[in-house]
Design a binder for this molecule. Structure first.
Ligand code: NI
Length: 167
């Protein structure tokens, strides 16, 4: 396994749209494994292929505290949603900053696993928020896009400050 470099905002490659995965081979499995390793090391709870400069509809998640519930979604599709909730979100492409974003509270998702097998899942709360956040990455969207211009400016200023601090 290998740790991958995570693109950070405002890298223009974060705006690229991912393509559907059509080949389910050992390279795809390796990519999913590497993305999980990268996400755990960051540490984070979700990572989209777009964030590691791979334009494929693939994302990995694990909201467990023990890092033993990895979830890989290939070609994810939202089938149904219900309600809304506001959650504080962060993103590995925006290290050190957080903002409230409104998302759907309950979702039903269809996806494939790394072998190409199709499955459906229903989820709510943090995992639902996380899936929606990562799915946005696959179409070049990031969480600060939901903020008002003023809030976005303040957040990006804070991001710059964090970066200078980190050297
Ligand atoms: Ni993100």
């Amino acid at each position: 396994m290998a740790k991958l470099d995570i693109l950070e905002f405002p890298d223009p490659r974060l705006r690229l749209t991912a393509q559907a995965v059509e080949t389910f081979d050992s390279d795809l499995k390796q990519l999913a494994d590497d993305m999980l390793e990268t996400m755990y090391a960051a540490p984070g709870i979700g990572l989209a292929a777009t964030q590691v400069n791979v334009q494929k509809r693939l994302l990995v998640l694990d909201i467990s505290e023990t890092h033993d519930a990895p979830l890989v979604l290939v070609n994810p599709e939202l089938l149904e949603t219900r309600g809304t909730e506001v959650c504080q979100e962060g993103c590995l492409s925006f290290p050190g900053v957080f903002a409230d974003v409104q998302r759907k509270d309950w979702i039903r998702v269809k996806a494939q696993d790394v072998t190409g097998k199709t499955f459906e899942m229903e989820t709510d709360g943090l995992l639902a928020v996380c899936i929606q956040h990562e799915m946005d990455h696959l179409v070049g969207k990031v969480f600060v896009d939901y903020l008002s211009p003023l809030k976005r400016t303040l957040l990006l200023r804070k991001l710059e400050k964090q970066r200078r601090k980190a050297g």
